[in-house]
Unconditional design. Structure first.
Length: 402
């Protein structure tokens, strides 16, 4: 099999996913086009040689439909021979796009692929794509459907995480994200977004709240208690996990991932593909895996898929220098750290989605790039990237610097 390499990556800043967010005026296709243009220009790519463009998008409807990467390639001025495909595995869509690109390269089907994702959550709201999972009893009942926040609180209850635990984690995420921006850790990968007049709309993640502390978070009410208690989801959770007598509601907007707009692109290829364009690889994709996980807990998939992936790769936790796990909710990361006894100084070292936000279809590609930059900055070798996924799934990827 051919080795699949990472040559470069870029991302947009994350804009608040509301009508007053700085990226609200930018349609998702244009947001994706910015990343394609940046990847091309930074690497001097001849777009006639691009074998495919694979982008994740969780809600591919209305203006986010119709195969975004193909439209983005047109807008970015790519040669018409560069095709595109749109994929969704909920929150892991961006990472799965990278993994699919790596698989195509490894199989010898492609030499150069751009993978990534986009979500404009201020313009196409979360859940707009609909689906049977939440509303069709024949699916929802066996899946123990409940809102993800209720599942996060079930995890916190089952594994013993208190309100102070999840709030303290959130405060640290804010501190790490602010520190990373202050130290310039993101400057080489975050591309400014400009309007049609060439004026910069946004060049920095705008969801962050660096002044967050335990006192300010303590004033926030739990976000999911009412839907759990009044919506009947408490009963669903306890039916699935009868060892839990009562749900302890601890999650709120301050310790959950932020709703934002954003896009990312990762340049994947074979050694021969890179040589043909005169670019050198920064890392190789060593292994990746997917798994279905217990659907009521829903968000513990990263634990299950990491165990599967390490076994497949012939590695152990000790072989991984840095971990990057999407901060969907604080308890998701706390459970992951608990399950593998991972110290906090090895995971999400630049902060995460609690501070920066979670543009659903793009996040997986974003955090892959973030941890690659950090491996290079620290002179380390290996990283494991993973995300929890709606309906109980997990995706994970191991990268290794070359």
């Amino acid at each position: 099999m051919t080795e699949a390499y990472i040559f470069d990556h870029v991302r947009t800043p994350r804009g608040r996913g509301k009508k007053d967010g700085s990226l609200h005026e930018v349609p998702p296709t244009r947001l994706a086009a910015h990343t394609l243009s940046a990847i091309r220009d930074r690497n001097g790519l001849d777009t006639k040689t691009i074998d495919d463009i694979i982008f994740g998008c969780v809600d591919p409807v209305m203006e986010a439909g119709a195969v975004i990467p193909r439209g983005a390639a047109f807008e970015a001025g790519f040669d018409y021979t560069a095709p595109g495909i749109q994929v969704s595995r909920f929150c892991a869509s961006g990472l799965d796009a990278v993994n699919l690109a790596a698989a195509k390269v490894a199989q010898g089907a492609d030499d150069i692929v751009i993978a990534g994702g986009v979500e404009s959550m201020s313009r196409v709201g979360m859940g707009m794509a609909g689906g049977a999972w939440p509303v069709d009893p024949s699916v929802a009942i066996p899946a123990f459907f409940m809102p993800q926040g209720v599942s996060a609180d079930l995890i916190a209850t089952k594994y013993g995480f208190t309100r102070d635990d999840v709030d303290a984690y959130a405060v640290e995420s804010q501190k790490r994200s602010a520190h990373s921006w202050e130290q310039g850790y993101f400057k080489n990968s975050v591309i400014p977004i400009k309007d049609v007049n060439g004026l910069t709309i946004l060049d920095r993640d705008e969801h962050m709240r660096p002044g967050t502390d335990m006192q300010s978070l303590a004033s926030l009410q739990p976000s999911f208690q009412m839907m759990g208690e009044m919506g009947g989801f408490d009963a669903v959770a306890i039916q699935a996990h009868p060892d839990v007598e009562k749900i302890n509601y601890v999650h709120h907007a301050g310790n959950s991932s932020g709703i934002v707009d954003g896009a990312a692109a990762v340049l994947i290829g074979s050694k021969a593909g890179g040589e043909s364009m005169g670019i050198k690889p920064r890392a190789r994709i060593r292994a990746f895996a997917n798994i279905g996980s217990e659907p009521a807990l829903m968000l513990t998939g990263p634990v299950d898929v990491t165990a599967k992936l390490l076994k497949r790769a012939g590695m152990t936790i000790a072989d991984i220098d840095l971990f990057e796990l999407n901060e969907a909710f604080a308890a998701v990361v706390l459970r992951y750290m608990q399950a593998f006894d991972i110290p906090h100084d090895k995971i999400n070292v630049n902060g995460g989605a609690i501070a920066l936000g979670h543009p659903l279809g793009a996040t997986g590609a974003m955090i892959l790039g973030t941890v690659l930059d950090e491996l290079e900055r620290r002179g380390l070798q290996t990283a494991l990237v993973t995300l929890c996924i709606g309906a109980g799934m997990g995706t994970a990827t191991i990268i290794e610097r070359v």
